[in-house]
Design a protein around this ligand. Structure first.
Ligand code: CA
Length: 360
């Protein structure tokens, strides 16, 4: 049946893109390209999940625009370093970028609320806040100052807590712990007495293996296995309290976006939505497969003890409350995020959480 369906799709010019999207390979009446764009990204070229997600987005836009927009995707450092994506698109060096908003906290602390917040919203709740709460409107308001239009364009789902070379039995075990953990999670670890370290993904394995760091977080089984982290540390902890469902972003230069005809603006918006859901499905499927592999390799997988989680949650609330007061736009974003989280929790408790508990 599956083969028949595939042949049928092939015969009418459809191919499977990513894990779930069905799109025409080439449109039958391909139009002349009106816009030749560059997309700079913060990911190694074609990196599983993140880099592939950026490539998929470019393909979807090209197909849905009937070739009117053609996008060349650049991996990290091919055109600009990974953390210069924001400035480069803002200034018009490239028309588009793919990254994560928490990298831009130097621009405004408010950026962090559009990627992931420790003990904050999960992927499903983030999408609800962004699309049907005030999230995306506030994100647009924030990025307008930087001549950018933001769109959610991917999500990894809940990450793992990370790889440790010793057991974490109590908050005391975090004292002096040298851990690669960026962003707000790192600030929380520092408050817990640990030493947060920021390292690009490519340097994590060696740092962990040589003992330069005691622990690291990266993403989840799918990406962690790709870096071989299970060969460098013994204990794998969950859940990723620091990144409960990070949104990845597509940023578009605002002058470029505003000059587009309305149909192309809609095509970009809807393509970002498609990329957003596709990446989450990709991670959910591949994390599952990679987890089975890690279990078969006898990796010890532990849940953080409740007292460690309670301790980290308390510190997280303190850190976020302080950050949420830094400037007027951050206050506005934080107030909206906090209100949405407070309102969504009772529903998540009696829907998703209750259902998941009942499956055990
Ligand atoms: Ca991470």
């Amino acid at each position: 049946m599956a083969i028949k369906r595939r042949n049928f799709l092939k015969s009418i010019g459809y191919s499977i893109l990513g894990s779930s999207l069905l799109l025409p390979k080439k449109s039958t009446s391909s139009q002349k390209t009106e816009f030749n764009w560059k997309m700079v990204t913060s990911w190694p070229k074609n990196f599983p999940g993140l880099g592939v997600g950026a490539e998929n987005l470019a393909k979807i836009i090209n197909i849905l625009s009937n070739n009117r927009i053609k996008i060349k995707v650049f991996g990290a450092n091919e055109l600009v370093p990974p953390l210069e994506v924001f400035d480069y698109v803002s200034s018009g060096g490239a028309e588009m970028g793919h990254s994560g908003a928490y990298y831009w906290k130097g621009k405004s602390q408010a950026c962090q609320f559009f990627s992931s917040v420790p003990f904050g919203l999960n992927a499903q709740e983030m999408n609800a806040w962004l699309y049907y709460g005030d999230g995306l409107k506030l994100w647009e308001k924030l990025y307008m100052q930087f001549n950018l239009v933001p769109r959610p364009a991917g999500n990894t789902g809940v990450q793992m807590g990370g790889w440790f070379n010793k057991k974490i039995n109590s908050p005391k075990d975090l004292q002096g712990l040298k851990m690669r953990i960026p962003g707000l999670g790192g600030e929380v670890l520092a408050r817990a007495g640990g030493v947060p370290i920021t390292l690009p993904g490519s340097e994590i394995f060696t740092a962990l293996q040589t003992g330069a760091i005691d622990a690291t977080e990266w993403v989840g089984p799918y990406n962690d296995r790709a870096f071989g982290l299970h060969k460098a540390a013994k204990y794998y902890y969950y859940p990723g309290w620091h990144e409960p469902g990070p949104t990845l972003e597509c940023i578009i230069n605002r002058d470029v976006y505003n000059k587009l005809p309305n149909d192309l603006k809609h095509i970009i918006d809807i393509s970002c939505k498609a990329a957003n859901i596709d990446m989450l499905a990709d991670y959910t499927s591949k994390n599952n497969q990679a987890l089975q592999y890690l279990i078969s390799e006898n990796i010890i997988i532990h849940e953080f003890p409740k007292k460690v989680m309670t301790f980290l949650r308390k510190l997280s609330m303190e850190v976020i409350d302080e950050i949420g007061q830094t400037d007027s736009i951050t206050q506005e974003v934080y107030a909206s995020y906090k209100k949405f989280q407070k309102e969504v929790i009772p529903w998540t408790e009696l829907s998703e959480k209750s259902y998941i508990n009942s499956r055990e």
